[in-house]
Design a protein. Structure first.
Length: 279
C-alpha cells in the first residue's frame, strides 16, 4: 500500500520521513506550493507530484497534512477524481474523520491519526515521533490497513470515537498549552516579588521539572504535596487574600482539581472546609 501526502508542511515532512524509516512505502507529495513538495520529496527520497490527481492516482492511502481549516476544501476537490476504495486520513487533533463528508457515497475509508506531540520542525521532529502516543479514529470495519501502519512504526496507539475527539483534544491542550499559562501565572507573581523573568524561570526550573517527573513516573496521587493536600486552610486563605479577583478565580478552579486528587490520596480526611474555601 502506497502512502501519498497532500500538503508538505511540518506534519507532512515528519510523517513521511518517519514512515520511510519504518519501511512503509511513501509515493510522494503534492502541495499548492511546488517548492515545498519538492523539498519534502527530496527529504524523504520520494516523488514530487505536480497535480492533486497524480498523487491520488499513485497512492492507496492519502494523508491530508494541511491546516485544519483547509481539510474540508481539499476533500471537496478530491471528490472529482477516482478515489473509491482508497484510505483518506488527516492528522488534526481536534477534528474527526466526519470532515470527510459523503465518504460512504464515494466508497472511501476515512480516518484521523494524531500524535500526542508538538511537531515544530520540518527536518527534525520525525526523531521525536519515536516516543509519541498516537490516537486513531474512523472507519473501524476497514481499519486493519491503518492498524498495520501503527504496527510498522511500533508506536503505542489507541482507537477513539469521533464524538470523543473534542474532549481528547482539550485534554491534550491542557497538558501542553495550558501548562504554559500555569507557568506564566507562577512567573508573573514571582516577578511581583522583585524577581526578573530570568530569575523566576531559573528559580522554578528544579521544582517544575521534579514535579512533572513525579507525576509522569508515579501518578498525580503520589506526586501531590502542598497546602491543599495537607488541608492547610490558613495558608490557602493567605494566598487568596493576596491575589486579585481574576487570579483568585484561576487559583480556585485549578485548586479544585488538586483537591479532587487530595481526596483520592486521603479518603478518610475531611476536606469540607477546604472545598468551601475553593468554591
Amino acid at each position: 500500500m502506497k502512502i501519498g501526502f497532500i500538503g508538505a508542511g511540518k506534519v507532512g515532512f515528519s510523517f513521511g520521513k518517519y514512515f520511510t524509516m519504518h519501511q512503509l512505502s511513501v509515493s510522494g507529495y503534492y502541495s499548492r506550493n511546488p517548492q515545498s513538495a519538492q523539498n519534502a520529496a527530496e527529504f524523504t527520497q520520494t516523488k514530487k507530484f505536480d497535480t492533486l490527481e497524480a498523487v491520488i492516482y499513485e497512492s492507496d492511502i492519502l494523508f491530508l497534512t494541511v491546516p485544519d481549516d483547509a481539510i474540508a476544501s481539499v476533500w471537496e476537490k478530491m471528490k472529482q477524481y477516482p478515489i473509491a476504495e482508497k484510505y483518506i486520513c488527516h492528522c488534526s487533533g481536534a477534528k474527526s474523520s466526519s470532515l470527510f463528508s459523503e465518504s460512504d457515497t464515494y466508497h472511501v475509508y476515512t480516518y484521523s491519526l494524531h500524535p500526542i506531540l508538538a511537531i515544530s520542525d520540518c527536518y527534525e521532529s520525525y526523531h521525536q515521533l519515536t516516543s509519541a502516543f498516537f490516537t486513531m479514529e474512523g472507519n473501524e470495519a476497514h481499519s486493519q490497513v491503518m492498524i498495520d501502519i501503527m504496527k510498522a512504526t511500533g508506536n503505542p496507539w489507541k482507537m477513539i470515537t469521533a464524538e470523543q475527539k473534542p474532549l481528547y483534544h482539550a485534554a491534550c491542550v491542557a497538558s501542553s498549552n495550558l501548562m504554559v499559562g500555569l507557568m506564566e501565572f507562577s512567573f508573573h507573581h514571582l516577578m511581583a516579588c522583585g524577581f526578573t523573568e530570568e530569575e523566576a524561570q531559573n528559580a522554578f526550573t528544579p521544582l517544575a521539572e521534579k514535579n512533572l517527573h513525579q507525576i509522569m513516573s508515579q501518578g498525580t496521587v503520589s506526586a501531590l504535596t502542598g497546602p491543599i493536600e495537607r488541608n492547610d486552610l490558613d495558608t490557602v486563605r493567605l494566598h487568596l487574600v493576596h491575589l486579585n479577583q481574576e487570579d483568585v478565580r484561576f487559583y480556585q478552579i485549578v485548586s479544585q482539581y488538586v483537591l479532587s486528587v487530595a481526596k483520592r490520596k486521603h479518603p478518610d480526611r475531611d476536606y469540607g472546609q477546604m472545598e468551601e474555601l475553593l468554591s
